[in-house]
Design a protein around this ligand. Structure first.
Ligand code: FCB
Length: 424
């Protein structure tokens, strides 16, 4: 009988390049900040220079895996022109992890894109899938002998919705059809990248074939009223679209998106593992006519007296949801990696409980045979939380942004104990 997490489980934390490195001034997000639309990211955690110190702290805390991003806008400063100095930088960063016996898990696209691409329409450009895949296979060429696990794209749905439908992130568009087009191009970009990365590894004679996946934002959707058939129907629709459509398209080799569906993709089964970013539950209620709004609306937590407390992001803390989404993704018969899970809080004792409760739920799934291969907490460091700037504290390590001093939080030590014993 399984009583613990597996011995070869990946334990660690996640970051993304833009949120921690600092000075990513050739990225579309930076340009947007400069326009005064949002608070500037500036030096962030200066992780570009301080990665060595950060990785030693992760090591001290027992981490054996680390998710990090490489910033596309540094590596391809102009279309098709590669910056060898920057590739060398990331080689050094990855070697540092390898030296510490920490498995690197590398994200290629975590929301930001180079400004030369955003000026050409970003992900709405019909060439964007190929342009992204070219970058992805270059990454295999340059770093593939040290990195096996790759997250080609982080949370495509979130980018499409927040940047192209809600107008909250650059380029601040409010057009659902455009959001769907972005999602479709990201899907194609992902599948092309998967294909080209595998081909590049063969071409480069790399011993280990890469394992390529995405980090998918997943929500534990519940019907607002479990007795309403229409609430249940819209909840099902929403989960199908938000949680599953991207991955199931990549697996089935066909675009399975509303309004834009049908197109055949060049390959099937383009997923080696599923990365899940899980944060919260949402209650969904229907809105008539369902034909016009098949995904319903999110119901306010005020109407749900049984809902848990919320974090500084206003997200409900619902640990069972981690169990629910993991069980829900067993259907793909692929290894599952928790690529993000965490909370914004200034009360570290809440973080400690959050880690305990979520890992209990994860262990529950593992005991039942779920193929979970690792857990990466969001985040290693307090960092730049997109349009919330530096106001949200997600880190196992606190950061004093003036002195750039790192502070090890008690929750980080608590997590280290869990890692040590393999149980919670
Ligand atoms: C996820 C993002 C990550 C971080 C967390 C809080 O949606 O992937 O960059 O901002 O939320």
């Amino acid at each position: 009988m399984v009583t613990k997490f597996p011995d070869d489980f990946f334990w660690g934390a996640s970051t993304s390049s833009y949120q921690v490195e600092g000075d990513n001034f050739l990225s579309d997000w930076w340009e947007w900040e400069q326009s005064g639309a949002a608070s500037p990211s500036g030096k962030a955690c200066d992780h570009y220079n301080r990665f060595g110190e950060d990785f030693s702290l992760a090591k001290e805390l027992g981490h054996n895996a680390h998710r990090l991003g490489i910033e596309w806008s540094r590596l391809e400063k102009e279309e098709g022109v590669w910056d060898q100095t920057e590739w060398d930088h990331y080689k050094t960063v990855i070697n540092e992890l390898v030296k510490l016996d920490i498995t690197p898990i590398v994200t290629l696209n975590h929301f930001t894109i180079p400004t030369w691409l955003s000026r050409k329409g970003g992900w709405t450009n019909e060439r964007s899938p190929e342009i992204f895949a070219r970058f992805a296979s270059k990454a295999i060429e340059k770093l593939g002998n040290k990195v096996q696990y790759w997250i080609a794209i982080n949370e495509p749905n979130i980018l499409a919705i927040l940047a192209y439908f809600r107008g909250q992130w650059p380029p601040c568009k409010k057009n659902f059809d455009e959001a769907l087009l972005v999602l479709k191009n990201m899907l194609k970009g992902y599948v092309f990248a998967y294909r080209d990365m595998h081909e590049a590894a063969i071409r480069e004679d790399q011993i280990q074939p890469p394992k390529v996946g995405i980090a998918k934002a997943v929500t534990a959707f519940h019907p607002c009223s479990p007795y309403s058939i229409l609430d249940r129907l819209t909840t099902y629709n929403r989960a199908k679209f938000h949680n599953h459509s991207f991955i199931s398209s990549a697996i089935k080799g066909r675009v399975l998106l509303p309004r834009l569906g049908g197109e055949k993709l060049p390959i099937k089964n383009a997923v080696d593992f599923t990365g899940l970013n899980y944060y919260f539950r949402q209650f969904i209620h229907h809105q008539k006519p369902i034909s016009k709004n098949p995904f319903g609306e999110v119901c306010s937590l005020e109407h749900h007296t049984d809902a848990g407390p919320t974090t500084d992001m206003g997200w409900e803390i619902y640990p069972e949801g981690l169990y629910e989404v993991v069980k829900n993704f067993e259907r793909y018969d692929l290894p599952i990696l928790i690529t993000e899970n965490g909370l914004a809080t200034t009360d570290d004792s809440i973080r400690q409980r959050y880690i305990r409760d979520h890992l209990r739920q994860l262990l529950r799934a593992v005991k039942q045979g779920s193929p979970v291969i690792g857990y990466l907490h969001w985040s290693l460091l307090d960092n730049f939380e997109w349009d919330s700037g530096y106001t949200k504290h997600f880190g196992l390590l606190g950061v004093d942004y003036t002195s750039q001093k790192r502070i090890i939080r008690d929750s980080a030590k608590y997590y280290a104990e869990i890692i040590k014993t393999g149980t919670v």
